[in-house]
Write a protein that binds this ligand. Structure first.
Ligand code: TGC
Ligand code: FAD
Length: 383
């Protein structure tokens, strides 16, 4: 789906990365994803497979196991993975932007050496704990506490709605210390008092595990505190990276819905004609192409700004909000084009639609991102 020849703006390396991830998705994900989503199961060895194709921490330098790619290549990876399913992109974006990024940006050299190579290979699975039962959109109100204990600390509290919590080996967790500062903590699976109950009965992201991170007097050695961060800037800058990736990912889901609807509309006959010949259906599909093209341009420009270290958090909010909403609206329209066929798993649309209901909520809700834009243009916070 390249209505404006955007491909011509990509480098040979970016095209190679995009095409190799697309090949992986078409051979390893698309043929099986419906079954795993229906059964509410993860694709076996997904993280190791993502590690092998270089989808974990692609922007992390190769000395720590990353691929050392630029931000547009990272975006294209997210786009192709979410063409397969949002759960697959979620797995890669949490690991890359929310676990590897903070360890790389705020960690000690020992922490980088210890965790990044295993995370890049998918041999270690990471989770990111910011949201709490009483604090979702307002993470600064967090209640999880980090109290000094001898040479180390004790961690108490709980995080909720955490991607990959039940299967994580480590979790980057944000907590408030005795000086009320926000600290990043690397919690390891083996630490006593750490548990990760699964959140069951989801209708969305069914091929991804979600759960809680519960800390009951967990002892944290001082080596597991991220030394270079002590404010909300830490977790929020991880979100900048993940939200940027999601702006690309949503395009992948939208393209899959659009292409499925277009093919179906050309084949399905009613009143003796293909339904693609009816103006009402053409309007739906013409608007889809227009919106996808606008979203592609938004993310590409944002990627250029990110490569120059010029992208602002508010610009990232605009792209995440616009593109996820675009994809969700396209999924809803595409499902209607398929009529009753739109509700079954033989086609990917309903699955994308249900996934996107989470994507429009996590990493900052649709409304919160609007308020971020409002704040940026007026200078007045409406939170
Ligand atoms: P505010 O007072 O505005 O700012 C506090 C401090 O943080 C700085 N800051 C940022 N820094 C970097 N990047 C950003 N995007 C930043 N936004 C703010 C700010 O400059 C300030 O710094 P300082 O040094 O002056 O203290 O913050 P606030 O408490 O009023 O909150 C503002 C708000 C609402 C924008 C923010 O809290 C927010 O974004 N809320 C949404 C929460 C959210 O997105 N949670 C996501 C959880 S993770 C997740 O969903 C993973 S899903 C994974 C998957 O499966 O893909
Ligand atoms: P709330 O903050 O309670 O918001 C409820 C409604 O109120 C929303 O519509 C919101 O827009 C609105 N609202 C809130 N405040 C305002 C305001 N000031 N003005 C106007 N409207 C407002 N979190 C993590 O930390 N790590 C993860 O890995 C993670 N993975 C997730 C995976 C899934 C599948 C899901 C669904 C969520 C995940 N989250 C994760 C949590 C996610 O980030 C939060 O759900 C999200 O930030 C919103 O918080 P909340 O659900 O508590 O909603």
């Amino acid at each position: 789906m390249d209505y404006y020849q955007i491909e011509r703006l990509l480098t040979p390396e970016q095209l190679l990365v995009r095409d190799s991830i697309s090949e992986f998705v078409k051979s390893e994900i698309s043929p099986v994803i419906d079954q795993y989503a229906q059964e509410h199961k993860e694709i076996p060895d997904l993280m190791k497979k993502l590690g092998r194709i270089g989808a974990l921490g692609p922007f992390i330098p190769d000395q720590y196991g990353g691929a050392g790619l630029d931000q547009i290549a990272y975006g294209l990876i997210m786009q192709e993975l979410e063409y397969g399913d949002s759960a697959i992109r979620s797995a890669a974006s949490v690991q890359s932007s929310l676990v590897m990024y903070p360890i790389y940006s705020f960690g000690s050299e020992d922490q980088k050496q210890k965790f990044l190579p295993g995370l890049a290979k998918g041999e270690l699975i990471g989770a990111f704990g910011l949201t709490e039962p009483n604090h979702g959109s307002d993470p600064a109100g967090m209640e999880t506490k980090l109290i000094k204990d001898g040479d180390g600390y004790r961690l108490n509290g709980a995080k909720m709605w955490i991607t990959n919590a039940p299967i994580c080996d480590i979790a980057v967790v944000w907590a408030r210390d005795e000086e009320k500062k926000i600290r990043g903590v690397i919690v390891e699976r083996a630490f006593q008092g750490f548990s990760t109950p699964e959140t069951l009965n989801k209708w969305s992201l069914r091929a991804s595990k979600t759960g809680e991170l519960v800390f009951d007097q967990v002892y944290i050695p001082k080596e597991n505190i991220l030394p270079e961060v002590n404010s909300m800037r830490g977790p929020l800058s991880c979100l900048n990276s993940a939200r940027y990736g999601i702006s690309w990912g949503a395009i992948g889901a939208a393209v899959d819905c659009y292409q499925t609807a277009l093919k179906y509309a050309k084949e399905r006959q009613q009143f003796g004609k293909p339904i693609a010949s009816f103006q009402l259906q053409q309007k739906k599909m013409a608007e889809m192409v227009t919106e996808i093209t606008k979203a592609q341009l938004l993310s590409l420009r944002l990627g250029q700004l990110k490569n120059e270290d010029q992208a602002t958090p508010a610009q990232i909010s605009m792209a995440k909000r616009n593109n996820v909403n675009m994809a969700l609206q396209i999924a809803r329209e595409a499902r209607q084009i398929l009529g009753a066929m739109g509700i079954v798993g033989d086609y990917p649309i309903m699955r994308h639609m249900m996934n996107l209901e989470s994507v429009i909520t996590y990493e900052g809700t649709h409304d919160i991102h609007l308020l971020i834009t409002g704040n940026d243009i007026t200078g007045i916070s409406a939170f």
